[in-house]
Design a protein. Structure first.
Length: 320
């Protein structure tokens, strides 16, 4: 393994990048193995686009199918490819219901060249609000890099409520939230009450525009693998107060978010990236499977439609 390292970052450093558009990067596979060639191609592509950060080994990256060794290779390859070309933050996705095991993972990854962690609520065990608060406090106390919390109750079975979330937001190394609570009132209340410097990024692709109008700082969006510049522009227009232009821009990709989630993600996104030449295979690891023939046909039609107006939807241009 390369000896590449980056200096430790304090929470204030990551906070400055927690806005705008972040990608939960897919993990390319080929013939059952991590496809580092395609991975590096992806990173070069998105580093040239208006993306503020990458989340590695998260749900979209099929993290639960990766070995610890593959996750390490993934992180080091991405950081190596980014190099010093531009400021592009890299966070590592973590999940689990065993606090002690996650503490060990934080120790194991402490010297990795990452800028922070995105850590989901414990799944299946459904702890109390006190349990959730103590879980994340223990992790943030141990972590050598700042922590974003990922609240997604329809996957984990437990919702991190605002009272516990606001107490956690006072922790100096808990810097933000990926919000997938799927409850607009809860999200609005959090946005009203959050402390200064605590970022809220939506993870609900189909609600991206709505969340930005409500005051979210940006989005961590799987759909933004496609039409990346358009997703970034939506946020820029909202921030600039150009609400009508932002809505018009959003409408050009709103249907795309539904199409890309019409079957379990990231299969439709991987298919699109493969058809556009950004990755060499649309392969996924079980239990995830590739798209159906029906959806493949629909995706092909949409790729062709967008190609006729000068883009294959992967950012700025079609990849040969």
């Amino acid at each position: 393994m390369t000896d590449l390292r980056v200096s430790d970052l304090r929470a204030s450093d990551l906070r400055t990048f927690l806005h705008g558009l972040w990608l939960p990067l897919v993990t390319p596979f080929r013939n059952g193995e991590l496809d580092e060639t395609s991975l590096r191609r992806l990173v070069r592509h998105y580093a040239a686009l208006p993306v503020n950060g990458l989340i590695l080994a998260a749900t979209t990256g099929e993290s639960l199918t990766l070995t610890p060794e593959e996750t390490e290779r993934l992180v080091f390859a991405v950081r190596d490819e980014i190099g010093g070309a531009r400021n592009l933050s890299v966070c590592l996705g973590l999940s689990g219901s065993n606090t002690r095991a996650l503490l060990d993972t934080l120790d194991r990854t402490a010297a990795w060249p990452i800028d922070g962690y995105l850590i989901s609520c414990p799944y299946y065990s459904r702890p109390s609000q006190q349990g959730l608060q103590r879980h994340f406090s223990a992790l943030a106390d141990r972590a050598r890099h700042p922590v974003m919390i990922y609240n997604i109750p329809y996957r984990t079975g437990v919702n991190l409520g605002n009272e516990a979330m606001l107490r956690l937001a006072d922790h100096p190394d808990i810097v933000g939230l990926k919000d997938c609570c799927d409850d607009r009132e809860q999200s609005l209340e959090l946005l009203r009450r959050r402390p200064a410097g605590f970022a809220v990024l939506t993870g609900e692709d189909a609600q991206y525009h709505e969340a930005l109008v409500d005051g979210a700082d940006g989005g961590i969006l799987a759909s933004a693998h496609i039409e990346t510049e358009t997703f970034a522009l939506v946020r820029n227009l909202v921030v600039a107060g150009e609400r009508d232009a932002a809505l018009s821009c959003w409408r050009s990709v709103a249907d795309l978010t539904r199409l890309l989630f019409s079957e379990p993600s990231p299969a439709p996104i991987k298919y699109w990236l493969w058809r556009s030449g950004l990755i060499d295979s649309a392969e996924l690891r079980l239990p995830m499977t590739e798209v159906s023939a029906d959806l493949a046909a629909r995706l092909d039609l949409e790729i062709e439609r967008r190609s006729t107006v000068g883009t294959a939807g992967t950012g700025r241009h079609r990849v040969a």
